[in-house]
Design a protein around this ligand. Structure first.
Ligand code: HMG
Ligand code: MG
Length: 285
């Protein structure tokens, strides 16, 4: 099994979408450029969602236009619907992501539709993106716990993963949105997803509310998962998931993987600088 791990940087999107204070477009651009100098190859840079729902992400087009695009780095964005995809295409992103959930209530609160409606909505978005040559990632939120429904059955996650994979997403990212998962329940959830998606096409996205994210990454590694989402400085949270703390910090993930003998290709010193800047953008910093 490969010892190489791909790290997907979340700070400019998941990191900043939940910040109470307004962050300037120039600071967002600076953050992305600092991150792209660290060796990270994938950066979630923008979110083309409704500005009425998430005003923090309204300037995605300006961020995309202002960054220095580094060869070898993939700049990605969230697209909840066709309107989002059109904005992403105009902004020339390299890859998009649709985002659903394994919890009905969270789906309603986050994207204002049921799980099955969301999957119907994603289908033409994925097809059009693929026809434009853009790879598509598919997120599933609340894979172990939901802020409204409590524990989520692994089969509910497997069911959504199956449909997303059939739609043509190249990877399914399973999100512990509120950071309540434990290694045993993450393992059970991944076992259900692995029935439909091979480990090489799974990404894992852990928030660190309860301090278990690194343990959950280790549990995922044991099942062959080699792609992890994390956020420089540990920023992150979803405005529609009350109580969710930040994404697991990229620095902590890199340190753990280095210690465990995995290769990440990240320059730790430059990552430290990017993380410091990310943290300075935090409300109250
Ligand atoms: P809706 O209100 O049902 O949709 O929202 P609508 O079509 O009625 O649109 C409402 C208004 O927004 C309209 O404007 C639309 O034009 C506009 P009005 O006519 O009232 O002036 N609009 C848009 N504008 C720009 N770009 C668009 C767009 N779409 C509609 N793409 C909708 C449905 C999905 C749009 C909304 O619920 C939404 O944007 N939700 C996004 C919520 C969000 O971003 N959550 C955080 C990301 S998910 C996450 O963080 C989890 C993750 O990290 C993994 C994990 O941790 O689990 C990925
Ligand atoms: Mg998240």
């Amino acid at each position: 099994m490969s010892d190489r791990v791909l790290l997907f940087e979340m700070a400019p999107r998941d990191g900043l979408q939940n910040e109470a204070r307004a962050i300037s477009t120039a600071d967002k651009i600076k953050l992305v450029d600092l991150l792209s100098a660290t060796g990270l190859r994938k950066i979630e840079t923008a979110s083309f969602v409704s500005p009425k729902w998430v005003p923090q992400m309204a300037d995605g087009a300006e961020v995309m236009a202002g960054i220095q695009r580094r060869p070898g780095v993939t700049y990605t964005a969230l697209t909840p619907n066709m309107r989002g995809l059109e904005r992403a295409l105009a902004a020339k992103v390299d890859e998009i992501a649709v985002f659903g959930a394994a919890s009905e209530t969270f789906s309603q609160k986050n994207i204002n539709c049921s799980i099955s409606e969301s999957l119907e909505r994603f289908e033409p978005v994925v097809a059009r993106a693929l026809s434009e040559g853009l790879p598509v990632r598919g997120y599933i939120s609340c894979v172990t716990d939901c802020p409204y429904e409590g524990r989520i059955a692994p089969k509910a996650v497997g069911d959504v993963a199956r449909v997303l994979k059939r739609m043509g997403v190249y990877e399914v990212s399973v999100g512990d949105t509120i950071g309540k998962g434990t290694p045993d329940r993450v393992t059970a959830m991944l076992d259900a997803v692995l029935e439909h998606v091979p480990a090489r096409d799974i990404g894992a996205h852990f928030h660190d509310t309860n301090g278990r994210a690194l343990d959950n990454i280790r549990a995922s590694l044991a099942l062959g998962v080699r792609t992890f989402d994390a956020s420089a400085g540990g920023l992150g949270g979803c405005p529609y998931a009350p109580g969710a703390a930040g994404n697991v910090a990229m620095e902590a993930v890199v340190d753990m993987l280095d210690a465990d003998g995995f290769e990440t290709g990240i320059d730790r010193a430059s990552l430290g600088e990017a993380a410091k800047f990310a943290q300075s953008l935090r409300s109250g910093a």
